[in-house]
Design a protein around this ligand. Structure first.
Ligand code: BGC
Length: 431
């Protein structure tokens, strides 16, 4: 049901909008001004990426193919709707093959900061699959995780909530962050339910090997509901000057006007879904020279051990049989991958107007303050916030009507012996 997808919309009162304004004031009044840097959809999309055809470092049952083969096999193409990036869903994996055919695209461009906004009409889903849109840096002399890794969106099998994760060497902890305050997301759990995966060190005590600091987003942030609602937009901000990484997610059609107009201002977007601090406990110099990556692998380090829990009892194809291992299933059930594809409608990169100034990076916040006219910034910011509040108010107005209609329908559908209170509107929802 559509309303399940983005439950935060169900706070239809002004307090929400006012809260947003306060939040923006508290967490940095005059944010960075972003300028457009790159539009991946402009021109030859696939020419901007390397097709990495080596073995999957995460040990997936995957055959990452070259650009030529990917085109010949119809795994990638430009469509009337944008960009399609998929996997082989037509054949059983032949004996002796490395695995199911797929692609791993790494951007030729490397980044040291930026605001990355991706609009998806469809994100991959399917038992056995492990898709991700992420960033990492590496060269011959700086082996992963020396330059870090920022997984913007990652999930497995048929999950309906996305995870965002940082992976690093020692000395990058996020233990001081509070879910519900810094971000909407919760921490993923380490080896035990009492341990939050809030240390980005890939070998942190109490966490799974290479788990990193990992946050889990809201239900509907990925998966069947996300696709059914027409997808959505993710904005990932990596700002070493302000000292944070933040991610926001909007359901398709609910992107703010400044995002649609390609003049994004993250200070208008309220509490982020995901937040990581790049300050004393994890200095910004930890993350460097990162590329963007799209990949879809199968099974592997994360997909295989979770296969039984996620997909074990599920029948696949007409035979309705279950499989003993993830690899066994991925090898045979090609039709399970009909929805294992990305449909990308937009991918833009923005940079802070003052990014690239080394002094800015070294001197941090002081430089940021000196470089702007505080008063002008305040009044522009206030104007933008007012516009955004109006935008949210009109969304809330529409949603209120939709919600009332649904409650009316639910009340009609109620049987006489329904439990008391069932179908009435929750007291927290004010009209
Ligand atoms: C993997 C590493 C790999 C790195 C870069 C990580 O997610 O766990 O093994 O070297 O990505 O590909």
């Amino acid at each position: 049901m559509k309303l399940d997808v983005f439950p935060q919309i169900l706070a239809p009162n002004l307090a929400f909008a006012v809260g947003m304004v306060l939040w923006a004031f508290l967490l940095g009044l005059c944010g960075a001004e972003y300028v457009h840097h790159e539009d991946y959809m402009d021109g030859d999309f696939f020419g901007k990426w390397d097709f990495i055809s080596g073995d999957d470092p995460t040990h997936g049952f995957v055959d990452y193919v070259t650009a030529e083969k990917a085109v010949a096999e119809n795994l990638v193409r430009t469509t009337s709707n944008g960009i399609f990036i998929g996997v082989d869903n037509r054949s059983r994996v032949a004996g002796g093959s490395r695995g199911r055919m797929s692609v791993r695209l790494e951007s030729i461009q490397r980044y040291n900061d930026g605001l990355f906004i991706i609009s998806l009409e469809h994100a991959p889903i399917g038992c056995g699959s492990w898709p991700a849109f992420w960033m990492f840096g590496e060269d011959e002399n700086n082996v992963w995780p020396e330059w870090g890794e920022f997984d913007i969106m990652e999930w497995i099998h048929e999950e309906e909530s996305v995870s965002t994760t940082l992976h690093k060497k020692e000395n990058c902890t996020q233990k001081h962050l509070y879910p519900g305050w810094h971000m909407k997301a919760k921490w993923n759990k380490g080896k035990w339910p009492s341990v939050d995966a809030s240390d980005c060190f890939v070998l942190a005590d109490g966490q799974w090997t290479n788990q990193g600091c990992s946050q889990r987003g809201m239900h509907g942030s990925i998966g069947e509901g996300f696709n059914a609602a027409g997808g959505g937009t993710y904005a990932a901000e990596w700002d070493p000057i302000a000292g944070h990484m933040r991610v926001w997610i909007w359901q398709a059609g609910q992107e703010p006007e400044d995002v649609i107009n390609k003049r994004p201002n993250p200070e208008l977007w309220g509490q982020p879904e995901f937040y990581f601090s790049l300050k004393d406990d994890c200095p910004p110099t930890h993350f460097k020279n990162m590329k963007l990556v799209f990949d879809i692998t199968f099974c592997g380090d994360l997909g295989e051990p979770t296969f039984r829990d996620h997909c074990g009892r599920k029948g696949f194809g007409s035979k309705q049989r279950t499989y003993t291992s993830c690899v066994d299933m991925v090898r045979k059930e090609f039709s399970a991958f009909d929805k294992t594809y990305w449909s990308v409608q937009g991918l833009d990169v923005y940079r802070r107007a003052d990014a690239g100034s080394l002094s800015g990076l070294l001197e941090g916040r002081a430089t940021e303050k000196d470089s702007v006219d505080e008063r002008q910034c305040r009044s522009e910011h206030a104007n933008q916030l007012q516009k955004r509040i109006k935008e949210l108010e009109s969304i809330l107005f529409m949603k209120e009507a939709e919600l009332k209609e649904l409650y009316a329908l639910l009340n009609q559908a109620e049987t006489p012996d329904s439990p008391p209170g069932h179908g009435r509107r929750p007291s927290s929802v004010a009209f």
